[in-house]
Design a protein around this ligand. Structure first.
Ligand code: 9MR
Length: 379
């Protein structure tokens, strides 16, 4: 019988284990920023589906925070007065638990994606203040209550600030029926439903000096009235040039100065030309396209890839500088194929706003963000 080769092999493996460096750990978004902030992604039904192992695998590898892009909105989770639909939302929580990701709840009180019955009373008349407050509380109890202890933080009130004019608040049905204090009530109900969850006020366009100042005023008032607000979510639907880095940085600094957590909740960088106000992510806004507004249907050229990479590197430079205040940075989508920006504000375009392309391959912007994450931190 020939001598067994096993002891020899064993020696070789031990020697390799002792002298060869361990395979370098893959640098991922969640690993390079682990001492700075969590890095999140918003997934939708398509990306979370079992039929998309590429998408779910990528999301789980790269991110440690998860937001449901749509499935926890009122319209989806509570479509009729006596009917809640938690199936989709439960799947996010399960996925996040499995992959050690935190869950962010989006969103409890918003004027959009809220069924009409919410604002109606008997006989089709508008609901009274009392009716609507009760409906709001019941909804928050049911939804935030169900995920109590499982959701790290809630976008309690979304987009309540106005985009212009003298009024600070948007004239939404919530405000029209309840009054300005609908925001305070929403936060109090949320604290009641899940005392441990962080509670955020969330809005877009807060880099605009007027809206930022109004946000500070709003939240300062809430703090004075002892309303339980823990942080401000700046959505951060950016463009290649707008808003300026100065405004991005000032927004973080002004919110942090209130003693609150700053969360970047919906980051993306629109790369297409448009004519409307670039900071306005109001989902109801529409623009008309023409031959100049959809230039990258055949692919995103290298010079533009570089511009996007530089923009993301600059933005992450600011987040790192303010890493003591920035709690989380969430991207609004996984790959360019399924971003809301393919349909907003002009329908049917080919946008390229994220770190992964239509095949979910990393773009130069991804490499640039990873490189930023590997730079030494200044004290
Ligand atoms: O990305 C979301 C898109 O798929 C939905 O159709 C839309 C309406 O529900 O909402 C989009 O997400 C919005 C978010 O919930 C709040 N801030 C602005 C986001 C982009 O419109």
């Amino acid at each position: 019988m020939p001598a067994s080769p096993r002891p020899f092999l064993l020696c070789l493996t031990t020697a390799a284990a002792l002298f060869l460096p361990a395979a370098a750990e893959e640098a991922t978004l969640r690993s390079v920023f682990k001492d700075d902030f969590t890095v999140g992604v918003a997934l939708n039904g398509w990306t979370l589906s079992d039929r998309n192992p590429n998408a779910t695998g990528l999301a789980a590898r790269q991110f440690n925070s998860l937001t449901a892009e749509n499935d926890m909105k009122w319209q989806m989770i509570h479509p009729q007065p006596d009917r809640y639909n938690f199936t989709a939302a439960d799947a996010y929580v399960e996925f996040a638990e499995k992959h050690k990701m935190e869950v962010i709840g989006h969103t409890l009180v918003w004027h959009s994606q809220t069924p009409r019955w919410v604002f109606e009373g008997a006989d089709g008349k508008p609901a009274t203040r009392e009716e609507l407050l009760k409906r709001m509380r019941d909804h928050i109890q049911a939804v935030a209550g169900r995920y109590k202890g499982k959701v790290k933080g809630w976008d309690v009130v979304n987009e309540a600030l106005s985009d212009g004019g003298r009024e600070i608040l948007r004239d939404s049905p919530w405000r029209k029926i309840i009054g300005d204090d609908f925001i305070d009530h929403a936060f109090r109900y949320a604290r009641e439903a899940d005392p441990e969850a962080q509670l955020y006020y969330n809005d877009y366009g807060l880099e605009d000096p007027r809206k930022r100042a109004n946000c500070v005023k709003l939240v300062k008032g809430m703090l004075e009235r002892k309303v339980p607000v823990d942080g401000i979510g700046t959505q951060s639907h950016f463009h290649l040039v707008q808003p300026s880095l100065e405004d991005i940085e000032k927004t973080i600094a002004d919110f942090a100065a209130l003693g609150l957590k700053v969360v970047v909740t919906e980051l993306d960088v629109d790369v297409l030309p448009g004519r409307g106000p670039s900071g306005n992510a109001d989902i109801g806004r529409r623009e008309q396209g023409d031959s100049t507004t959809n230039p990258y249907t055949a692919g995103f050229p290298p010079d533009m890839q570089e511009k996007l990479a530089k923009r993301y590197a600059d933005i992450f430079g600011i987040y790192l500088k303010h890493r003591k205040s920035v709690d989380r940075v969430t991207f609004w989508g996984l790959g360019d194929g399924h971003t809301w920006l393919n349909g907003f504000p002009i329908r049917g375009r080919t946008n390229h706003p994220l770190l992964f392309d239509r095949e979910l391959k990393p773009k130069p912007a991804f490499e640039a963000v990873i490189r930023k994450g590997r730079e030494p931190r200044s004290p």
